[in-house]
Design a protein around this ligand. Structure first.
Ligand code: PLP
Length: 360
């Protein structure tokens, strides 16, 4: 077997231990004579998998008792709509912080379903940073303030959370599980699971019970948070494979030392990579302000698009995959989620140093 170092932004690398465990159990799930993806989602073995994933998500994320965990299909993208659909109504308004591509998409969809305003935008500065906490202040009464904790494409991450004085809703798709969450500031946290938590197929949503009491009931059933909460994310057929795998990743994180350990590891990996960029005499460059640099998605440019193409191709040959930047911005990007070992980042840094010697 030869596994490469996979720096893809999502779907993305998963812990080898988790993949091996899944392979081991796949064809005949614990003596059931069938796999987990072939049995009824109302069967005993699946219900155990499902309940364990919900409980482990709450425990590993450190969510307080009054927060409910939901698995919803449609990825983070459907949450862009479900959040305003459920939380807003005529007379209620939400504030959005615009830190880049994903925040803008969340805002655009919310604007179709309720009254919204942009309360801070990094657009005129070229999306080079997250706002400082004192820049996200709201005077009027807003139902919530929406933030994107990590801009997966721009490589911009909050390292100091805003405290706007109203509850926050956060899209944490690309840095879920990479650090502890200050739950007291959030009414709702969501993210697609395919970056840091498992294969594609679901979003995980954490929502306060007090919020569930006020969400709209005049929506199609699948779009209602209260329905997913009441039915324990079994209102309809859930993405059973995804949830099974998410459960395994959660238990892997617990074995590895939980969110504190993930945060330390993320910092170590990010420091290695930014160190290589900053120490390259300008050959590699990162446009993000130092205190907003993402520890999950490290974006960098080379002196020319030709060198970037060459870099990505040679890296691929050296067993370092997925380093091409998002098609909308170009350049290079290394996504170093929880499952990327430090050795993978070391291999990338060595390759970058070597490429610099040959082409710098
Ligand atoms: C990937 C991503 C999304 C979109 O997720 P889907 O699950 O593909 O809908 C939204 N927000 C952020 C921050 C992302 O990284």
């Amino acid at each position: 077997m030869s596994r490469i170092w996979n720096f893809s932004a999502g779907p993305s690398t998963l812990p080898l231990e988790v993949l091996e465990e899944a392979r081991e159990e796949f064809v005949d799930y614990r003596g059931a004579g069938m796999s987990i993806v072939e049995m009824s989602h109302r069967s005993r073995p699946y219900e155990e998998v499902h309940e364990a994933a919900l409980a482990d998500a709450k425990a590993v994320f450190g969510a307080p008792d009054d927060v409910r965990v939901l698995f919803v299909q449609g990825g983070a993208t459907l949450q862009f709509a479900m959040v305003p659909m459920n939380l807003l109504r005529p007379g209620l308004k939400a504030g959005y912080v615009d830190t880049g591509v994903w925040a803008s998409k969340a805002l655009a969809d919310a604007a179709l379903h309720g009254e919204v305003e942009t309360i801070w935008s990094g657009e005129t500065e070229g999306y080079r940073r997250a706002p400082r906490p004192d820049e996200v202040r709201v005077d009027e009464h807003l139902r919530y303030v929406h933030v994107t904790s990590n801009e997966t494409i721009g490589g911009v991450q909050y390292h100091a959370w805003p405290d706007p004085g109203v509850p926050m809703v956060a899209d944490m798709s690309s840095d879920l599980l990479s650090r502890p969450i200050p739950w007291e500031r959030f009414d709702l946290v969501y993210g697609g699971v395919q970056k840091n938590l498992g294969p594609a197929g679901a979003a995980i949503v954490f929502v306060r019970e007090s919020v569930l009491e006020t969400t709209r009931r005049d929506l199609a059933h699948y779009l209602r948070y209260d329905v997913h909460a009441d039915r324990r994310s079994l209102y309809n057929t859930p993405p059973v494979f995804t949830i099974w795998m998410v459960g395994k990743v959660l238990r892997w994180i617990r074995r590895e030392g939980g969110l504190e350990a993930m945060a330390r590891r993320a910092e170590e990996k990010a420091n290695l990579l930014y160190g290589a960029i900053d120490g390259s005499g300008g050959f590699y460059s990162n446009p993000v302000e130092p205190d907003s640099r993402s520890r999950m998605n490290v974006v960098f440019r080379l002196p020319s698009p030709e060198l970037e193409t060459r870099f990505v191709a040679e890296a691929e040959e050296a067993g370092l995959s997925g380093l091409k930047g998002h098609r909308s911005v170009g350049g290079c990007r290394a996504s170093i989620y929880n499952a990327m070992p430090v050795e993978g980042v070391r291999a990338l840094v060595e390759f970058m140093d070597d490429f610099l010697r040959r082409h710098g």
